[in-house]
Write a protein that binds this ligand. Structure first.
Ligand code: NAI
Length: 244
C-alpha cells in the first residue's frame, strides 16, 4: 500500500489532508513539531478508522538533520513514500518597519527551508522509486503579497519557485511537483486575525465566505491521484475567487 507523508498534520489543513488521503487508501505518516500538538486530538483514530496504517513522526521540519532521520524512520516503518505534502507553516506577522530579524528568519526556516529539507530527502527516495507526488502549500500571500506578511509572503513565493524547480529536476523520473495556494481558510492560523482583518478579507472574496480545510484537501487529493499524472509545476489557487 502506498504511503503519504503530510508535514504539520496534527491539526488544521494538514490534518484534513491526512484524513482525505487516508480515505483515498494511503497509509499515513503524520508529522508535527511536538507530541503536545497531538494531545486531545483524534486525528490518528479518525485515520485508522479508514482501515489504513498511521503513525506519527515528531520532527521540526526546519531542521535538516532531524528531517534526514525522520525520512529514514518513515522508510523503515512503511518501506516507501509515494506522496509528500509540505504543509507545515507558521506566521509571525508585523509591518516591515517593525518586523524583527528573528521574526523574519523564523518564518523562512519553518516555511521555506523545510521544503528544501523534505524535497531533498524524500525526493531522493522517490527518484529511486521512479514515481512520486510532491504537493507544496503556498498561499495567495505569495502570489499577490500581503501587508504585514513580508516574511510569510516571501516564503510562499519562494515555494512557487521551488515547486517549479523540483518539477523540472524530477519530472523525467516520473515525479510531479505542484503547489496549492489557499486563500482565507478557517483554521487556528486564521482564527488569530482580528474581526476587522477577517471582515476585510471576506469582502474581497467572490464567494463571500471562508474556505473549509476539506476544500484544500480535495484539491491535494486530485494532485496525488492518477487523474493528475500529467500535471506538474503548477500552482492551483483555492481562494473562492480572491483577486481575480
Ligand atoms: P495551522 O497553524 O493550523 O497548522 C500548522 C501545523 O504545522 C501545526 O500543527 C504546527 O504545529 C505545525 N508546525 C509548525 N511549525 C512546525 C515545524 N517546525 N515542524 C513541524 N510542524 C510544524 O495552520 P494551517 O492554517 O492549517 O496552515 C497549513 C498550511 O497552509 C501552512 O503552510 C499555511 O501557510 C498554509 N496556508 C494556510 C492558509 C489559511 O488560511 N489557513 C492560507 C494559505 C496558506
Amino acid at each position: 500500500m502506498a504511503t503519504a507523508l503530510i508535514t504539520g498534520s496534527a491539526r488544521g489543513i494538514g490534518a484534513a489532508i491526512a484524513l482525505r488521503l487516508a480515505k483515498d487508501g494511503y497509509n499515513i505518516a503524520l508529522n508535527d513539531i511536538s507530541e503536545d500538538m497531538f494531545e486531545g486530538n483524534d486525528i490518528m483514530d479518525k485515520i485508522k478508522a479508514e482501515g489504513v496504517e498511521c503513525e506519527k513522526f515528531i520532527c521540526d521540519v526546519s531542521d535538516y538533520a532531524q528531517v534526514e532521520q525522520t525520512v529514514k524512520a518513515i522508510k523503515e516503518r512503511f518501506g516507501s513514500i509515494e506522496v509528500l505534502v509540505n504543509n507545515a507553516g507558521i506566521t509571525r506577522d508585523g509591518l516591515m518597519a517593525r518586523m524583527s530579524e528573528e521574526q523574519y528568519d523564523m518564518v523562512v526556516a519553518v516555511n521555506q527551508k523545510s521544503v528544501f529539507n523534505m524535497c531533498k530527502f524524500v525526493g531522493s527516495m522517490m527518484m529511486r522509486q521512479r514515481c512520486g507526488r510532491i504537493i507544496n502549500l503556498s498561499s495567495v500571500a505569495g502570489v499577490y503579497g500581503n501587508p504585514g506578511q513580508m516574511n510569510y509572503s516571501a516564503t510562499k513565493a519562494a515555494i512557487i519557485g521551488m515547486t517549479k524547480t523540483v518539477a523540472k529536476e524530477l519530472g523525467s523520473r516520473g515525479i510531479t511537483c505542484n503547489a496549492v495556494a489557499p486563500g482565507f481558510i478557517k483554521t487556528p492560523m486564521t482564527d488569530k486575525l482580528t474581526d476587522a482583518q477577517k471582515e476585510a478579507m471576506i469582502n474581497q472574496v467572490a464567494m463571500k465566505r471562508y474556505g473549509e480545510v476539506e476544500e484544500i484537501a480535495g484539491v491535494v487529493s486530485f494532485l496525488a491521484s492518477p487523474d493528475a499524472s500529467y500535471v506538474t509545476g503548477q500552482v492551483i489557487e483555492i481562494s473562492g475567487g480572491l483577486m481575480m
